[in-house]
Design a protein around this ligand. Sequence first.
Ligand code: ADP
Ligand code: UDP
Length: 235
Amino acid sequence: MQKGDLLYEGKAKSAYLTDNPNELVLTFRDDASAFDGVKKAKLAGKGAINNRFNTFIMEKLEQAGIETHLIKPLNETESLVKRLDMIKVECVVRNVSAGSLSKRLGIDEGLPLNPPVFEFFLKDDALHDPMINDAHILTFGWATSEEIAVMKHKTFAVNAVLNPLFAEAGMWLVDYKLEFGRYDGRIVLGDEFTPDGCRIWDAKTKEKLDKDRFRRDLGDVIESYHIAAQRLGLE
Ligand code: ADP
Ligand code: UDP
């Protein structure tokens, strides 16, 4: 595999073309960003831990029969992935109230949500990723009704694998964001699953082990990502 030109640079990852038009190299950088890119920093070691974390989770999902874009990790900070035609919506699942749900609806943080809540957001930093529903997605042509159904179904399938995985490791998987894309006529899980895109709390102390440590200036951001990784058994 030959790594080629930079295709695009996001806030935390970069995608490079390869000699295979169906594959990309995804580079996990040390850049951290929050509040739609307003708050920025470089956190040494973030790219490496996120690449390992993502590989571990995507492999667990593959083992459970959920197709992901991951082909294989290439080195500390890079992975080879299937090149997806990304759908510009974010799928969020919430097992416990927190973040924008608590703010929007005036719900205390930390309440178990049964059944879990599913929300769509439009992936658009300039608009601050507004919450949208199925009707918006259909009307504006961001995805078909079949694709919407598949994204929801796959997001809950992911939850059925990951919620117990974190619980058994003494953590709450509070909420997370997934992105899907089209590949060879199928809807495939893309982007990443790392502490950058989810909330992970210690089940006993409720200590945060995710990007909220960066958002809220709690310190020990990367150390906390490593603690979550260790508890899942990947270090
Ligand atoms: P952001 O877009 O939020 O700044 P990143 O820095 O994580 O995020 O950039 C990664 C970009 O790559 C995102 O736009 C994401 O949708 C896209 N992407 C992730 N996985 C794939 C894939 N397998 N194929 C094509 N694009 C992908
Ligand atoms: N999330 C994300 N990227 C986004 C928006 C949300 O990774 O652009 C994740 C976020 O880390 C959290 C979950 O999705 O785990 C729900 O986020 P929320 O809507 O509560 O927004 P926030 O409080 O993070 O602004």
